[in-house]
Design a binder for this molecule. Sequence first.
Ligand code: CA2
Length: 144
Amino acid sequence: MVIDVIHGPNLNMLGRREPEIYGTTTLADIDRELMEYGTSQGADIESFQSNTEGEIVDRIQEAFGRVSGVIINPAAYTHTSVAIRDALAMLSCPVVEIHLSNIHKREPFRHHSYISGVADGVIAGFGARGYLMALQAILEMIRK
Ligand code: CA2
């Protein structure tokens, strides 16, 4: 069972800038925790980060028919990308959208997500811990 974890633009800077908003955990820390937990549950976690919309679309297309679930933090593309939404809509496996911050508590332009309408679940506002919550939730969805 493969779960693809897709990290959007600027998330490679996690833990190195704006810790008051995004915390001090790095992306490598998050991936490590997911991989450890995934292994304990019999799931292979694959991780991908890109600052480029088209590369994220390509990655989602490559996931089609190959993976059992997708966890995605589209970052700023959450609020702009019909292309990422359309790519996710093609998938038949569960999709969980995750945000470190509570986007609804922030600036109005972050309140709308193009992604939520094609996601099976959304987690926001729990910081890096939210990724483990997303993994636990998606494994439950897959096993049902
Ligand atoms: O809360 C989230 O996870 C977001 O997806 C993060 C995006 C933001 O545009 C969304 O509205 C909410 C920003 C990711 C930028 O990450 C940084 C990490 C460290 C330093 C600077 C940016």
